[in-house]
Design a protein around this ligand. Structure first.
Ligand code: HDE
Length: 700
């Protein structure tokens, strides 16, 4: 009998007690062989001041295990964080796919989702300018399906054979391993300037999409065109999408850089904490569906991974919701050892001939064997939740004890088992695509337009989004040393996207545009590409309440109540930790002292009324706090007492009789109508940022 272990990722929320441990009370420490240990703190030595003895098997077991604690970090996407959850189908999609997870309204499938940055090593920060991995393992009842996607819907290159070059170019330069987790260096821009197919993806990576506010506020994409196959064998082309319930929001560049230093774990902390408090990140999952007959009706090739299908041409059909509701118990066992592979599919999902996808089908299994070992699929986080059985045997770290003497097929001694799936079972059968071609190392002509969709993306941005792209490219090129590389980026890439883009970047980096576009850049737009839209709610948004001795406690508690009711996370920040005395003699708990509360981890600030506000105007840390909030374009609120602090931070506010909101600065002379005040502040927070407050230099 084959062994059938199961991995049961819970689909329900679990309240985790951070103090709890897995040890049983009264448990005794033993060696790995079960031998009770009398002293784990002193090694065995010849005399109290003598050398350690080789005989000390306990010391050697402990230390050699420690020496082997690491597995190779992922060659890309090394820094990551993950969570358990579920996918719930919101309808029946069996007209387009026979995959069981999409077959019935309300059906839940457990998932494990790992988010990552690409270029940085495992110990790098969460907030560099980078693409984010968005890899989903679906434990379906018909096998594991991995959708290994990103938060950007296109990729840099069209053929997997170029991937090692791209990654070598973006990773730290090999002579000195500088810079960590950054594309702002010569080798990256040298490579892309010589590889025009990167242009569309460059627009996305230089936009604020590459600086997500949190993992829960970014979109996910499968990128490649895949196939769905229904029960009748009818195939359609599909592109996968995940749309965050909280909306798509980002940081700004100066803020992201500062966050990397102030809280390198900003994103993983946010994910962990939001799940612990029951604010479960959620996305709507959907597909753009193109019937096979329409394969050639677009002005780009569906197989080209540097292209999107504009949502205005093919809308996203919702399939269900993806919810993350449980943190892993152990980072290494789950997040580090999880092994994704685009080739892990289930019946009803199949591949297209996208040459990038085809190459990935080779690469991932290889990387998992190197990283986790040939039996990676037996590790609990990677195991299917349905039964599995075959004749694969042995190998490093084999976990299963296979029974019997039959490990081959065909056999009669085990009654022909495990057998091929019977007729009628939803087994995987590759789509019978007709193939006919000569062997060539050549790209299809239909892959040759590298600029139209780059222009489409740039044209679809709001002016502030365009400005951020211009500033980001300018910043990156100003970090480069080699003049020819910078000139080539302008003359070979940017000029073909937009005149505005090329001329502004050239100006910012002290060069001139010296080439003409190969063709006039198109003026089309796709509104779905812009992030310039407010959120429905402020759930999970961090709000700093700046307070101090003599604060108006009624105003603080009133606003805190309203903010909490709207799902935000207000924190009282004061010059000192502990408690502060309010104007009415009551005491107020301080959540964090100013020194431990960098502005970049908050989405908005309220300068509480009372005597404290004037005192804060003399505190350099408080001035820096509100002034950073201002230049990062975040909502700022205060009553007349805040004027001195606002003045010190160069923030203009009217402080009129009625609550006013001017470009995200919410002010009033006297904060007695807290309800209106809170509502105006919350509306400003839904807007997220007020980019016109950012001085040019903050991003450039
Ligand atoms: Fe990956 N990629 N990739 N990639 N990729 C890996 O697999 C590779 C590509 C993506 O959280 C590696 O387990 C090649 C596109 C994610 O564990 C490796 C090519 C997309 C993750 C690998 C690509 C991705 C990886 C490194 C060019 C978006 C992290 C460690 C054809 C659709 C998964 C590992 C996780 C990881 C190879 C391009 C997404 C080496 C050869 C396009 C999210 O196998």
């Amino acid at each position: 009998m084959p062994t059938k272990p199961t991995n049961k990722p819970s689909v329900d929320a679990k309240t985790q007690n951070l103090e709890a441990d897995t040890h049983v009370p009264g448990e005794t420490m033993t060696t790995n062989q079960g031998l009770p240990i009398s002293d784990d703190q002193n090694s065995l030595r010849a005399g109290v001041r003598g050398p350690t003895l080789l005989e000390d098997f306990h010391f050697r077991e402990k230390i050699t295990h420690f020496d082997h604690e690491r597995i190779p970090e992922r060659v890309v996407h090394a820094r990551g964080v993950a969570a358990h959850g579920y996918f719930e189908a919101t309808g029946d999609a069996s007209d387009i796919t026979r995959a069981s997870l999409f077959g019935k309204k309300g059906k839940r499938t457990p998932v494990f989702v790992r988010f990552s940055t690409v270029a940085g090593s495992r110990g790098s920060a969460d907030t560099p300018r980078d693409v984010r991995g968005f890899a989903v393992k679906f434990y379906t009842d018909e096998g594991v399906w991995d959708l290994v996607g990103n938060n950007i819907p296109v990729f840099f290159i069209q053929d997997a054979i170029k991937f090692p070059d791209l990654i070598h170019a973006v990773k730290p330069e090999p002579n000195n391993e500088i810079p960590q987790a950054a594309s702002a260096h010569d080798t990256f821009w040298d490579f892309v300037s010589l590889t025009p197919e990167t242009t569309h993806m460059l627009m996305w990576v230089m936009s604020d999409r590459a600086l997500p506010r949190s993992l829960a506020t970014m979109q996910g994409f499968g990128i490649h065109t895949f196939r769905f196959i229904n029960k009748k064998g009818v195939s359609s082309f599909v592109k996968f999408h995940f749309k965050p319930k909280k909306g798509v929001f980002s940081q700004v560049w100066d803020e992201a850089q500062k966050t990397a230093g102030k809280d390198a774990d900003f994103h993983r902390r946010d994910l962990f904490e939001s799940i612990e408090r029951g604010d479960f990140p959620e996305w709507e999952m959907g597909v753009q569906v193109v019937p096979e007959a329409d394969e050639h009706k677009f002005d780009f090739d569906l197989l080209d991974p540097t292209k999107i299908i504009p949502e205005e041409l093919v809308p996203v059909r919702p399939l269900g919701k993806l919810v993350l509701n449980r943190n892993p118990d152990n980072y290494f066992a789950e997040t580090e050892q999880v092994a994704f592979h685009p080739g892990h599919v289930v019946s009803g999902i199949d591949f297209s001939n996208d040459p990038l996808l085809q190459g990935r089908l080779f690469s991932y299994i290889d990387t998992q064997i190197k990283r986790v070992g040939p039996n990676f699929a037996q590790i609990p986080i990677n195991r299917p939740t349905c039964p599995f059985s075959n004749n694969q045997r042995d190998g490093e770290s084999q976990q299963l004890i296979h029974q019997g003497r039959v490990s081959y097929f065909p056999n009669s001694l085990a009654k022909g088992c495990p057998a091929h799936s019977p007729e009628g079972m939803n087994a995987f059968r590759s789509h019978a695509e007709k193939m006919d071609g000569v062997k060539v190392r050549q790209r299809s002509d239909s892959f040759s337009d590298h600029f139209s969709q780059a222009s489409l993306f740039f044209n679809s941005m709001a002016q502030w989004e365009k400005n951020h792209i211009i500033s980001a490219i300018s910043f990156e090129l100003n970090q480069c040393q080699v003049m020819e590389v910078k000139q080539r980026v302008i003359d070979e890439l940017l000029v073909n996207v937009s005149d505005e883009l090329a001329s502004h970047v050239a100006n910012n980096i002290g060069l001139k545009v010296t080439a003409k576009p190969k063709a006039k850049p198109p003026t089309k737009t796709s509104p779905a590409l812009s992030m310039d839209r407010p959120a429905d709610s402020i759930k999970g948004r961090a709000v700093a309440i700046l307070a101090g001795e003599g604060v108006d406690s009624n105003a603080v508690s009133g606003l805190v109540k309203q903010l909490k009711a709207a799902g935000a996370l207000p924190e009282v920040i004061a010059p000192t930790a502990g408690k502060i005395k309010a104007a009415d003699g009551s005491t107020l708990k301080v959540d964090r002292p100013l020194t431990n509360a960098p502005s970049v981890v908050f989405d908005a600030v309220f300068v509480a009324p009372g005597a404290s506000a004037a005192a804060l105007a003399k505190n350099p840390v408080a001035i820096q706090f509100v002034s950073e909030m201002n230049v990062h374009g975040k909502p700022i609120a205060g009553a007349a007492e805040a004027k001195q602090l606002f003045d010190a931070a160069h923030i203009a506010a009217a402080f009129g009789k009625k609550v006013g909101s001017e470009n995200g600065i919410v002010s009033v002379a006297k904060a007695d109508d807290l309800e209106t005040f809170a509502k105006t502040f919350i509306d400003a927070m839904k807007q997220h940022r007020f980019p016109s407050r950012q001085p040019e230099t903050i991003n450039a």
